[in-house]
Design a binder for this molecule. Structure first.
Ligand code: PEP
Length: 250
């Protein structure tokens, strides 16, 4: 079996003023300095904090990413940020296609694919989020929806080195509900199988994260599953000790 180093990624969403963000990062860096860890740790602060958090993390192994990027390099796109701008201030990763962006900004998989392609062109790793809604799961469509999103959102040129997939069932995000280990295992296995259609045997190196109400109490069970290569964590990434406890479960 291919060894994949777990990635523990925190999505701060629209939370954190400067002082909060820097304090959180200081706490994580202090933990990372306790010794070599068997996982990579990434934080994705709001756009206003990416530069400061990246600057505070330069002498540590903490990775920093954005929560979204525009598909173009520059131009008349008021309020947007390009992948090149994120790279310029020290980001190494960017989340694209989070379900909150797909829902709030009507982002289709076609747009997500263009954003991931822009991230690659700028030299960032794209974390592409996919996941079904509760209605889709209830109708028995979860596997088909997620497979379709995966194939439609992966740009040409995607490799396990520039791309991470995050499976996040929409109904599990911020709700306290998590998919059962059996459902997560089935979905992650299916995602890897589908990824072979685009990446060939390289799909065995692709990191597939689980996201959706991951907490210290359920992290160990979820992260132990065969095709779960880390977690994308929202709420619990805002507390140093919770996020660290999740990472230690990897
Ligand atoms: C997320 O925002 O990607 C997420 C998984 O949130 P939470 O952990 O709060 O469910």
């Amino acid at each position: 079996m291919t060894a994949r180093r777990p990635l523990i990624a925190g999505n701060w969403k629209m939370n954190g003023l400067r002082a909060d963000g820097l304090k959180l990062v200081e706490g994580l860096i202090a933990h990372l300095r306790e010794g070599d860890q068997p996982f990579d740790m990434l934080v994705c602060p709001p756009m206003t904090l990416v530069a400061d958090v990246a600057a505070a993390s330069t002498a540590s192994t903490l990775l920093v990413g954005g929560q979204d990027c525009h598909q173009n390099e520059k131009g008349a796109h008021t309020g947007d940020t390009s992948a090149w701008m994120l790279k310029d201030v020290g980001a190494t990763h960017v989340i694209v296609g989070h379900s909150e962006r797909r829902a709030d900004h009507a982002e289709s998989s076609e747009v997500v694919k263009a954003k991931a392609g822009a991230a690659h062109a700028a030299g960032l790793t794209a974390i592409i989020c996919i996941g079904e809604t509760e209605d889709e799961r209830d109708r028995g469509e979860a596997l088909a929806v997620v497979s379709g999103q995966l194939l439609d959102s992966l740009p040409d040129g995607a490799t396990p080195d520039n791309t991470v997939i995050a499976y996040e069932p929409v109904w599990a995000i911020g709700t306290g509900k998590t998919a059962t280990p059996d459902d997560v295992a089935e979905m992650h296995g299916e995602i890897r199988k589908k990824a072979h259609e685009k990446l060939g045997s390289e799909a065995n190196r692709l990191r597939i994260l689980y996201g959706g109400s991951v907490k210290p109490a359920n992290a160990e069970e979820l992260l132990a599953l065969t095709d779960v290569d880390g977690a994308l964590v929202g709420g619990a990434s805002l507390k140093v000790e919770d996020f660290w406890a999740i990472a230690k479960a990897a």
